[in-house]
Unconditional design. Structure first.
Length: 315
């Protein structure tokens, strides 16, 4: 992965080699990419909070963040961290559905429980939020960080409340980064997401369902790019809120064409009426690109080809 290595060169190995880091959600889709890059930088001292007791090794801290007593039990480990990355979250298991009300509450409670025990010695808190907090923006209007907030699902609302908990509840001496990620894709992406479902249909000669006319626009960012950008912003002392996106729009129709081209196979499609109102989700990333200048995002066709080859090899 030559492009990945070039992007990692933006990161300062000396900065990361001696940092004490705590990560929630480090075993998830995005968390795996972030931890792999930390390992490649020679960062030996990071801990991952997880509910999965089947994972072995002293790197893991077993804790259900939604349970205050369990958070208290690992308080000493939390207090020794310099950087805390909050990546864990309950998310929709299917793109056409929302999280449950109980999952909504868990997303809020786990951040509040964690924030309550984070000491002022922590240098920075990084929250993985979502561009979903903007809701459905005006047609064709790129959304910047000053755009109005209009969460339209329990998931989006839980992410916005997480943001507010961090902004208003933490000790003012602690700096924070709130990162609103657009659609992240790539290796280890959950199989319920758009691209893995599409590529699985191609690999297994199944029909893929398209809702509407496939003309809506989206912004897809590769998981490795998202992870490198996250670490770069921390390294360079960024604070506040950033949209994490490529700033490049792609229609679903174009995405289908790319998937067919990289696979060399015809995509079998069936069309159904749209489930949700049509919206073009286009994000303004000028704040990001003014901070991390001349960043070379992985081309979409290249990222999709990598993802397709992995799925094909698994079959």
């Amino acid at each position: 992965k030559v492009n990945l290595q070039k992007s990692i060169e933006r990161l300062d190995r000396k900065f990361w080699t001696n940092k004490k880091i705590l990560i929630t959600g480090g075993t998830g889709f995005f968390g795996k990419a972030l931890t792999l890059i930390l390992e490649s930088l020679g960062c030996p001292d990071f801990k991952i909070i997880t509910r999965n007791k089947n994972l072995s090794g002293n790197r893991y801290l077993y804790c259900d963040l939604a349970k205050k007593n369990e958070v208290g039990a690992i308080k000493e480990e939390i207090e020794r961290a310099q950087f805390v990355f909050i990546l864990s979250s309950e998310f929709p298991k299917v793109s056409t559905k929302d999280i449950s009300f109980d999952e909504f509450l868990d997303n809020i409670i786990m951040v509040k429980n964690l924030i309550d025990v984070i000491p002022i010695s922590v240098q920075k808190i990084v929250l993985a939020s979502s561009t979903d907090v903007y809701g459905m923006p005006a047609y064709g209007t790129p959304v910047n960080e000053c755009h109005g907030i209009n969460p339209m699902t329990y998931y989006a609302l839980s992410k916005y409340i997480q943001e507010k908990i961090i902004e208003y509840s933490i000790k003012r001496e602690i700096k924070y980064l709130i990162l609103r990620y657009t659609s992240i894709y790539g290796e280890n992406e959950p199989h319920v997401k758009f691209l893995p479902v599409l590529l699985d249909c191609i690999v297994n000669n199944k029909k893929f369902t398209v809702f509407g006319d496939a003309s809506e626009k989206r912004d897809f960012i590769n998981v490795e790019d998202a992870a490198i950008i996250t670490l770069y912003l921390v390294q360079e002392g960024a604070t506040g809120i950033f949209n994490i996106s490529t700033g490049k729009e792609t229609t679903i129709r174009e995405l289908l064409r790319i998937a067919g081209k990289v696979s060399g196979r015809e995509v079998s499609l069936e069309y159904k009426e749209r489930v949700k109102p049509k919206a073009d989700l286009i994000y303004d990333n000028h704040k990001l690109t003014s901070f991390i200048k001349h960043f070379q995002f992985k081309p979409l066709h290249e990222g999709i080809k990598e993802q397709y080859e992995i799925l094909k090899a698994i079959k």
